[in-house]
Design a protein around this ligand. Sequence first.
Ligand SMILES: [Zn+2]
Length: 442
Amino acid sequence: MIDWQALGDETIDLLRRYLAVDTTNPPGNEAAGTAFLAQVLADADIACEVAESAPGRANLVARVRGNGALPGILLHHHVDVVYADRRYWSVDPFGGVVRDGFLYGRGAIDMKSTGILQLAAVLALRRARVPLKRDLVLLATADEEAGSAFGARWVAEHRRAWLEGCEYSLSELGWIHTSPHFRAPLGTIFISEKTGLPLRLTARADPGHGSMPWPETAPHRLIGALGRLLAADRPVRVLPEIREFFARLGTVLPAERAPGFEDVERSLRDPAFRARFLADRWFAAMVRTTFAVTMLRGSEKLNVIPPEATAEIDCRLLAGDDPAEVVDWVRRVVADDQVEVSAYREPKVPNLSPPDTELYKALADSLRRRAPDAVVAPSIMTGFTDSWVFRRCGLQAYGFAPFVLDDRELDRVHGNDERISLENLREGARAYTEMLIAVAAA
Ligand SMILES: [Zn+2]
């Protein structure tokens, strides 16, 4: 039997202490965070292994063995947090402060809280001697907020054995979102994420004096190319899972906004719906490859027409996009052989885990238990997380956090006064534990 009250108290205490460890990245100093976790595990007599990818950049794994009847589940979180500007916080972001029913601190949502739910759940199962049919593997990694080179990507390359025998991984995001604009709470489970394809457009032409311009200078050619790219109508593509997401979202949106959402793939053929739908930048990003011109470079001097002008484009791919096809398409719409189009980093091919697995169903049940009126849907992150790395290693990876959060709480993620309610921690620890019992108890 599990004493839920005691588990809630323990979860709050663990998170208070974990939030007090400053793992701001850069520099990260995740070793301080893994030292804290290692001590908690040692006190519970659970062996762990810590490996540094660079001085101070530590990753930790602990495996609680099941009977091997089914493959294991990786419970992942990242130890690092983004910086907090103390001038704009009303409390010490690394003080573990509890005020008015909330625990404050950088990482309270993103994502030390989820790491502590995973830890508390594993401790509770061990203490209650719940027999397991799957291994549960706690994995804490460095550097997620700065590209994961010292964290998940390093683990995938240098400590692949840590993931051995696992078929699933659970990591950040995915929660129940309540909003005054919604008719019901919206629970999401992240099944995929868009990946970046950094593009560079380089125009070259003869240089000259700014007093006597002509139409074909490098900057002018570049501007023309960018204009054609931004005006080009890259076709929308609605993944079946995203069609399902919008169908469920339609049942949550205000009634006047809902028409057409039951099948956005069909509705997008209607020009009026399409214009309305794509005007929402989040919706648009869910159904198409996006191109954001973010960096522009030309001359160093006002009166010098430079020999070269460049633009860098933050292009984001949707699952099913082929990076080579996207680059070809950009070349075609730019339609200028004096403008070179190149992808300047090895592209990350987007991946997706299906929402019809046993684990996905257990996650959805768990969210519905936390908020019985919630509508639960699979979703795609427009940003990026380590789940992409685990999918590449062959695992089905989901973003899941059994928290109920409103708009105002979510705005604090990477913002000021990030916090999590004590109720979310208590109920979340119970939900995480019960979910693991449902999928992993023998
Ligand atoms: Zn995060």
